[in-house]
Every structure is written in C-alpha cells, then in structure tokens.
Write a protein that binds this ligand. Structure first.
Ligand code: 13P
Ligand code: SF4
Length: 322
C-alpha cells in the first residue's frame, strides 16, 4: 500500500511536469481508473478514448489499455507523444487478424465494403473502408446496409454475427474472437439466472451468440454501464471483463453486480473474465513509461503511410458518431 501511494504521487507529479494526460479503458484495474479520474484524464470505452485523446491539448498521452488503443491515438494525433505502460499489451482479435491474410480475404471479394473493429493493427485499419467500435458498429452497418452494400467484417465473429442478425446485412466474416468474452457460458448463466430470477443480464456483444441471446441489454462497455444505471432491476449479471465493475458500481450505487460465469462445472478458462493484456497496465509500468519517455518499450510509432491510410476509415467513424 505504501509503495502504491508512492507510485501514485510520482505519477501525478510526472503527468504535470510532462504536460501528459492518462487515458484509461474500463477494463484496467480500479486503481488505474481512479488515477485517471483524479488527474483529469479519462476512463471510457474505446470510442471515447479515441475522441478524448484526439481533442485533449496535452503534449503527451499515456494510454492505459491495449496496443490498438495507443495506435489509434497516434493515428489521430501524430504530433503528440503516445506512451503506453507496456507495448506487450496486445489483444487476441488483433493477433488473430494478420494483415497479409486479411488483405488477401478482402482482395478475393473486391465488391465488398471492408468494415473492421477498432481492435486491429494500423495496417488492417489502413486496408478498411470503415473502422467501428462496439458502441457504433450497429448504426454504421445499418447505414451501409441501407445503401445496399455487401460487407466484409473483421475480426470478431461473435460481434459480427450479432450485428448481421440485428441488421439483416450481408456480411462475410473473419473468424476472430476475444479470449475473454468467448469464455462466457450460456448453460452456467442459465443456472445463475435461476438463482437470481429478478436480475437483468448485461452482455458485451463479443460474447458467444448463446450468451447474447439471454441478454436483457447488449452493448459496448459504456452502454452496459448506462444500462445498469437506468434499468429498474436491483441486480445485474454482467458478461464482460470484470474491470468494468469499478465504474458500473459508481454509476449504479446500491445495486448488486454479479459476474457472469466463464465455465461449466469443473471447466477451466483461458482468461476468466479479466483480460490478461489489460492487466499489464500497473502503476509501476505507468511511472516507468513517464520516466523513460524515449524508451523503445513505451512509445507508440506508426509508419506514416499506414497512419494516413488508417486515418481515413477512423475519421469516417468519428464523423459518423458525432
Ligand atoms: P468497448 O470498450 O469499445 O466496448 O470495447 C471493448 C473491448 O474489447 C476493449 O478491449
Ligand atoms: Fe482484446 Fe478481449 Fe482483451 Fe478487449 S478484452 S483487449 S477484445 S482480448
């Protein structure tokens, strides 16, 4: 505890000295989210992180999240220094969608509009017509479908199937998944719901279809927090990374929040409702990023040609979201 408060004090001082601001995702540890709040930074979903970082006047952004979030910040603000607690914090969706294969998939269907999730590399974004996050994906696909477009969707197959079902759009799907949400289990969820019949089920659409089907509300992290705040139920079963409980409980004080189950009897899971890459964003790593700004371990660089390519579909998303 003593060590933690020393790190926090040091980080606060470094943020001031370096005209830097901390931008954190809801899945980072509560103490990181609290620090972002206390220091005038932001805690949000991936869409709002992008917007906040782009519009903030600070010279340096320190992005506590995973690599695609740092890259998105750099693509939108090339003049800023973008630091991350660790560059090793990746995402199974990004890893599972290498540019060579994805590009070949797109080349094989040249009459399709390419829509990619923000959880991708700068190179994959640069190959796309649109970037989306989970809070805006449904509206954007609806819009494209309305224009009669056929869609290539990547990389999250669960989110893609959910959107195809909701919109009726014709979508060719890349077969990627989030190792955290893919672990939620419908059978165990049904048992838990039986024990809490008045609870509402909140589900992030990166979860399997069998889990999404049981949801009372489906949405991005910020939309799920809003649902817990506004729905009348006093108990919620939540199928997303448990990092969200910090802000969800703040938004819905007095309500009971229960983690959705990640395995049936005796089952093991790969990540058990907490993203191993989000968990890498510790206080020590943040302090170290701010102390060694020029270190190859912390700063995000994006090739300029790729950056310009990725900026087009990212800007399209941000303009659409206005
Ligand atoms: P959102 O915060 O945009 O819902 O994204 C969730 C996610 O997968 C981040 O890792
Ligand atoms: Fe990627 Fe899933 Fe982790 Fe989000 S929670 S960063 S989608 S692996």
């Amino acid at each position: 505890e003593q060590e933690k408060s020393e790190y926090k004090a040091r980080i606060k001082q470094l943020l001031k000295e370096q005209n830097a601001v901390l931008v954190a995702h809801y899945y980072t540890d509560p103490e990181i989210q609290a620090l972002a709040e206390e220091t005038g930074g932001c805690v949000s979903d991936s869409l709002e992180m992008a917007r906040f970082g782009r519009d903030h006047p600070a010279k340096t952004l320190i992005v506590a999240g995973v690599k695609f979030m740092g890259e998105t910040a750099k693509i939108l603000s090339p003049e800023k220094t973008i630091l991350m607690p660790t560059l090793e914090a990746t995402c199974s969706l990004d890893v599972g969608c290498p540019i060579e294969q994805f590009s070949a998939f797109c080349d094989a269907h040249p009459d399709h509009t390419v829509v990619v999730y923000a959880n991708t590399s700068a190179a994959v974004k640069a190959r796309a017509d649109w970037v989306v996050t989970s809070s805006i994906a449904l509206e954007i696909v609806e819009h494209l479908d309305g224009e009669g477009k056929k869609i290539i969707w990547g990389p999250d197959r669960h989110l893609g199937s959910y959107i195809a079902k909701q919109t009726g759009a014709e979508m060719l799907m890349w077969q990627g998944e989030c190792i955290v949400h893919d672990e939620f289990k419908a059978r165990a969820l049904r048992q838990l719901k039986a024990q809490h019949p008045n609870a509402a089920i909140l589900v992030h659409p990166e979860s399997p279809a069998s889990v999404v089907e049981m949801a009372d509300a489906v949405g991005s992290t910020s939309q799920l927090i809003k649902a817990a705040q506004t729905m009348d139920n006093d108990t919620f079963i939540v199928a997303t990374d448990r990092g969200i409980f910090y802000k969800m409980q703040q938004a819905a004080p007095g309500k009971t929040l229960i983690e959705a189950p990640t395995g049936g009897e005796g089952a093991t899971c790969r990540s058990c409702a907490h993203c191993p890459w989000m968990a890498m964003n510790g206080l020590k790593a943040i302090a170290s990023a701010l102390e060694n700004q020029d270190s190859s371990q912390h700063e995000i660089f994006v090739d300029e040609a790729l950056r310009q390519g990725a900026l087009v579909p990212l800007t399209r998303m941000l303009d659409f979201a206005k």
